[in-house]
Design a protein around this ligand. Structure first.
Ligand code: ATP
Length: 399
């Protein structure tokens, strides 16, 4: 479809970046990145007449995106802003624009293009040795100032290194370490930083990437207050196993849930720094602080043999949901603590009394804020096994 349109409008078009890398590696990639030797915005609008997605254009940059169903997207960039000024350009002049576009990219393996223009469809453009590096499983930057230009590339380096089991080439590694030593990571803007971390959290066994970021001493700048301990691996595995279920739960902050194991040894004094570093909500910080404040009481309660269910309910209620699910995987499946937390999540959390405020009014109790307290106490009684039906609820209220 794209190739047909490119021919009709006479505009050379290339697949670039990650999709080319993944075609060569033979792995699926759902995002298409296109470079158009012409007006990318107009091209995307024409293409969208056939695709029926949603086009969002950024005229100052000459870029455009078509958003389609199932989170699929096609990105367009113009390789040549003054494309109309070179109508009969010679091939090397023509490709110099494509080359410039590719030179701006992060690593050689992401800096290749494949033509999808019909007369040289499938031709690979590899100006920087990306194909050779891919074959040799090497991650290499394109020029020595790459990490200085964009320190976020150092997080991307860890992502690609681990994801594809590549080796960071020694010169690239020495520059990466310099970038870290010189605290250049501190200049990554919070939104960008969060985006890069989120890309890591999408990957299977994402804890391995966090561990590597820690080994490379990148954590103090990107997740201030956090450290890494060997025992975290198993906790992260537990958290990840539960992720498909947890992300469907309303009110769960998936980002926080995925990072919960890091907050066990978190230096809580650094919470405002962390919040600022990743532009997190106050809600996020509040949940982390609550976990720290209630954790030890919570743990002794769920592990205690002789304790009323309502006591456990009250402790669970204070604990943010993200951490409850974390603690669920922290305790072995058959343990008392695990069963109790599970019971809270599956049953007690949504338990309701049969009686409502209107019923209390009908019973002749004067309306007021004490209704909430009475109904809450009724709920606790229900959890403890009393007040099994309406009559018993009424009896308890009357007492
Ligand atoms: P994945 O499929 O794992 O998400 P990707 O390479 O497609 O990997 P994106 O973040 O979608 O990752 O980036 C698409 C392309 O844009 C990259 O392949 C790269 O060529 C370029 N790119 C992205 N971020 C940068 C950056 N910080 N500096 C230079 N080029 C970048």
């Amino acid at each position: 479809l794209i190739s047909g349109l490119a021919r009709r409008v006479g505009v050379r078009t290339y697949l670039v970046g990650g999709v080319v890398r993944d075609i060569i590696l033979g792995v699926p990639n759902h995002d298409l990145d296109l470079v158009v030797e012409g007006d990318a915005i107009e091209f995307s609008q024409n293409l969208n007449r056939l695709l029926n997605g949603k086009v969002v254009s950024y005229p100052p940059f000459g870029t455009s995106v078509i958003f389609m169903k199932e989170k699929k997207r096609i990105d367009f960039a113009s390789a040549r802003k003054e494309f109309y000024a070179f109508p009969g350009a010679a091939p090397d002049v023509e490709y110099s624009d494509l080359k410039k576009d590719l030179f701006r990219r992060d690593f050689t393996l992401n800096a290749m293009a494949i033509s999808i223009y019909p007369d040289n469809w499938g031709e690979l453009y590899d100006f920087f040795g990306g194909y050779r590096d891919l074959r040799n499983k090497i991650l290499r930057i394109l020029h020595p100032l790459s990490f200085v230009d964009d320190p976020a590339r150092s997080i991307r380096a860890v992502r690609f290194e681990k994801k594809y089991d590549f080796h960071i080439e020694p010169f690239t590694m020495s520059l990466l370490k310099q970038t870290i030593r010189k605290n250049l990571l501190d200049s990554i803007k919070p939104d960008r930083l969060k985006e890069e971390i989120q890309l890591i959290l999408e990957l299977p066994n994402y804890y391995r990437y966090l561990e590597r970021l820690y080994q490379l001493e990148m954590i103090p700048s990107i997740l201030p207050g956090c450290i890494w301990k060997r025992e975290y691996s198993d906790r992260f595995i537990g958290v990840e196993r539960r992720l498909p279920e947890v992300k469907t739960i309303i009110g769960i902050d998936k980002f926080l849930y995925q990072l919960t194991p890091l907050f066990d040894d978190f230096d809580v004094k650094q919470i405002s720094l962390l919040q600022k570093r990743l532009a997190l909500s106050r809600h996020f910080s509040h949940k982390v602080v609550s976990y720290h404040s209630y954790k030890s009481e919570f743990m002794s309660a769920v592990e205690e043999k002789d304790i009323r269910p309502s006591e456990i309910y009250l402790r669970c209620r204070l604990m943010p949901l993200e951490f409850l699910y974390f603690l669920l995987s922290f305790y072995p499946e058959k343990s008392l603590a695990n069963q109790r937390i599970n019971r809270y999540l599956k049953e007690w959390r949504t338990i309701k009394t049969i009686l409502k405020g209107s019923d209390l009014q009908e019973m002749g109790i004067k309306a007021g804020p004490h209704y909430a307290t009475m109904l809450d106490e009724l709920k606790l009684a229900k959890i403890d096994g009393y007040a099994k039906n309406r009559f018993e609820e009424e009896q308890l209220i009357k007492q």
